[in-house]
Structures are given as structure tokens and as C-alpha cells.
Design a protein around this ligand. Structure first.
Ligand SMILES: *Cc1c(COP(=O)(O)O)cnc(C)c1O
Length: 397
């Protein structure tokens, strides 16, 4: 029998030394606010925006306070009107419907498939039913839908796309970066995402007008010429007095921590995927337990893994999770009646109109979720996968 696991599922890697040195330099300068510069220097925040725009191949980038803030401001900047229906997949995290609500929209939830991506047929039905022209697509837990098929449907109905890439920073579909398919994309740099400044967000876009509004919304105090990847100042001048300040800027300390991490991002994604494959290999072929298949066109980032425990009866799932926990393996379950940590479910968002999502409910009832921190070695990942399989196969209620 495999030994019990002793690692921590919430322990991230330390911030790289180079990032710490830069952060210390910012603190020594005292210039932590993004617009506090001397002699026309580019701030760490402006440099980060330029570097992330380049990484994404996007024309524009705004760094801001959080991923949730980025989604709120992206929706407002796309011209969302009060009460307008906004489509989003029902399998997502609470900041997504929260951002729609914050932007004055009305979240309309769309079913997900067994592959944990948006159900395109249900999407098409709901576009017709609600007359919505906006989709905030959450690439939840890094599962990327067939973006070619999705784009066809969205184009056919004139629906605009904003991507929530909180779990797909560094991922791509058919060689094209996740976050480059819509009008805008939003990212999170919160500690449990792919680069870590505690909190932080990006909006990227090729749309000059959207980005101009987003910059003014973020609280630019008319200092928008100090941005790193912004549209022409003339454009910002035309909209600055009609665009409210929703104060949510990035600061130089966090930007300084992020820049060296961005340089390492692709390498880190490879390390995550090697770990994901190690867990997946240990789980593959377990009767009654399935890991969603990942399409060949999807280059994902395996910072977490999901599996469906189809072979277990619902009342037994908490016991299965408890047995895994006894052996040191921390699994979350989307079927619990009440949200726990980061596993909220649509029926716990009571501020929404209740919505019927039988397919999603059936899937979430059997869905298990596990973080894969980079502090795990490949051997750790094999051990964790083997323990899950062991517990599952010996499980007798
Ligand atoms: C983390 C997360 C966000 C944004 O989160 P913040 O904590 O506001 O940075 C958005 N969508 C998903 C799916 C997330 O997991």
C-alpha cells in the first residue's frame, strides 16, 4: 500500500529572488503608486502592461486590482446596459456572476458538458430565449471549449465575447492564446492562479474604445499617458468626462513581483502539465472514475485536476473524500449542499433568479476537484494519484 501523503495542497512556491529584489527596490524608492514617477521613467506597472500585452499578442493591456474587478470593468467598458442579460457558464466561481451583477447585468447561466466546458447547444437556445448579446465565458479550471465552434455560433448571432482566463493564463486553443478570441479577456494574479502577487488582474483587448474606458474606469486621474499599453491619448480625452472612476489600480510593488514571474510563465506551465499528467496517469483506467478527456487542440495548464466519481452513489461521496483526507489527499467536491472554500455552485448564488440546469447539476454532483501546486514533485503527484485510486477501488461505503 502507498504511504500516506504529507504535502500541503495550498503551499505555493516562493516568489523568485529577482522579484523580491525588485520589490525591495520599489519600496526603497517610496514610489509605490503607479503614477508616482520621476523624469519620465516608466513605472513597474506600465512595464508590466507592455510586457503582458506582448505576451498575449494584444494591442492593449490594463493592470488592475483583481480578476473580479477586471471582469466588472471589462463588462462596463463594453457598454453593458443596466438589466441586460449576460450569458455565462454555470460551472464557474462566484466572482463571475458577481462581476456581472456589479456591472448591472443579469447573469443567465448556461449548462456545461461532461468535459466541463460550456454546452454550445444550450448557449444557442439561451441566446434566442434571452436575446443576450454578451457572453462572459469562464474557462473554469482551465477547460477550454472548442473555440472554433463557439466563435461560429457567436458570430452567427452577433454575440460579443469576454473571456475569463483566471485559469487559462498561458493556455491556448489550436495555437492561439486563450484570451485572444473575444472583445476582451480578464486574468487574475491572485495567489492560487498562474502568477502570484497576492491580488491583481489584467484586461487585454485590441479594441481601443473599450480599453480607453477601462483605463478611465480604473482610476487613472487623467494620467493615462503613463500607461504601458494604452490607446492614443486623444481617444481617452474624448471619453474621460463621461466615464466614472471605479478606483481599482495595480501598484508598483505588485507589478515588480509579477514581471519576473511573467518571464517564467511558459516554463511553469510545462511544470504544471508534467504534474497533471503524473496524477492523470495514476488515475487512468480506474473503473467508475473518469478524468475528462482533453482535446488535442487544447494546450491547457494543469494547475488543478477534476474527475467524475460516476461509480459512487451520492451519499457515499463525502465518505470517499474523507478517506482520501485521512491519507493526506485534499479533494474538493462540487456536489456539497453548501459551498466550501472555492467550490461554490450556482444554486448558492441566491441573488440570482433561480435557474434550472439539470445537466450541470448532474455533473457537479459527481465532480471532484484537486489543486496541483508546483511545490509537489512528480513523485508526490504519482503518490497522490495512486492514493486516490487505492481509496476508490477499495471503497465499500
Ligand atoms: C479566481 C477567479 C477569478 C477572479 O478572481 P479574483 O480573486 O477576483 O482575482 C475569476 N474567475 C475564476 C474562474 C476564478 O477562479
Amino acid at each position: 500500500m502507498t504511504n500516506d501523503f504529507r504535502g500541503s495542497f495550498t503551499q505555493q512556491e516562493p516568489i523568485p529572488e529577482e522579484a523580491i529584489e525588485r520589490a525591495v527596490a520599489v519600496m526603497r524608492s517610496g514610489r509605490l503608486h503607479r503614477y508616482n514617477i520621476v523624469n519620465g521613467e516608466a513605472s513597474e506597472t506600465a512595464l508590466l502592461e507592455a510586457e503582458y500585452a506582448q505576451y498575449m499578442g494584444a494591442k492593449y493591456c490594463l493592470a488592475c486590482a483583481s480578476g473580479g474587478y477586471a471582469m466588472h470593468v471589462a463588462l462596463k467598458s463594453a457598454g453593458l446596459k443596466p438589466g441586460e442579460p449576460v450569458l455565462t457558464n454555470a460551472f464557474t466561481l462566484s466572482p463571475v456572476p458577481g462581476a456581472i451583477d456589479n456591472a448591472g447585468g443579469n447573469p443567465v447561466l448556461v449548462e456545461v458538458t461532461e468535459e466541463l466546458v460550456i454546452d454550445i447547444d444550450d448557449l444557442e437556445r439561451k441566446i434566442a430565449e434571452y436575446g443576450s448579446t454578451m457572453l462572459l465565458l469562464s474557462h473554469m479550471r482551465g477547460h477550454v471549449v472548442d473555440m472554433d465552434a463557439l466563435s461560429l455560433v457567436l458570430d452567427r448571432h452577433g454575440v460579443r465575447l469576454i473571456e475569463d482566463c483566471a485559469h487559462t493564463m498561458g493556455a491556448s486553443w489550436n495555437g492561439r492564446k486563450s484570451g485572444s478570441f473575444g472583445l476582451a479577456a480578464c486574468f487574475s494574479m491572485q495567489t492560487y492562479k498562474h502568477i502570484n502577487s497576492g491580488e491583481g488582474g489584467f484586461i487585454t483587448s485590441d479594441d481601443a474604445e473599450l480599453m480607453a474606458r477601462a483605463i478611465i474606469h480604473s482610476g487613472s486621474y487623467m494620467l493615462y499617458e503613463r500607461h504601458g499599453a494604452a490607446p492614443e491619448p486623444e481617444l481617452l480625452k474624448t471619453i474621460r468626462f463621461e466615464t466614472p472612476n471605479y478606483s481599482g489600480r495595480m501598484d508598483n510593488l505588485r507589478a515588480a513581483i509579477l514581471r519576473p514571474q511573467l518571464a517564467l510563465l511558459d516554463e511553469q506551465c510545462e511544470r504544471w502539465n508534467a504534474r497533471y499528467r503524473a496524477v492523470e496517469d495514476a488515475l487512468r483506467g480506474t473503473n467508475g472514475l473518469t478524468v475528462p478527456t482533453r482535446p488535442a487542440k487544447e494546450r491547457f495548464v494543469g494547475s488543478s485536476i477534476q474527475f467524475l466519481v460516476e461509480g459512487l452513489d451520492l451519499p457515499d461521496i463525502p465518505n470517499f473524500i474523507a478517506r482520501c483526507a485521512d491519507r493526506g489527499v485534499e479533494i474538493k467536491w462540487f456536489g456539497a449542499a453548501e459551498p466550501v472554500g472555492y467550490t461554490s455552485r450556482h444554486d448558492s448564488w441566491h441573488y440570482l433568479e433561480p435557474q434550472s440546469l439539470p445537466r450541470t447539476d448532474r455533473i457537479l454532483a459527481k465532480l471532484c476537484d484537486m489543486r496541483i501546486p508546483l511545490t509537489f514533485s512528480l513523485e508526490d503527484c504519482r503518490q497522490v494519484g495512486t492514493i486516490i485510486r487505492d481509496v476508490f477501488e477499495k471503497f465499500d461505503g
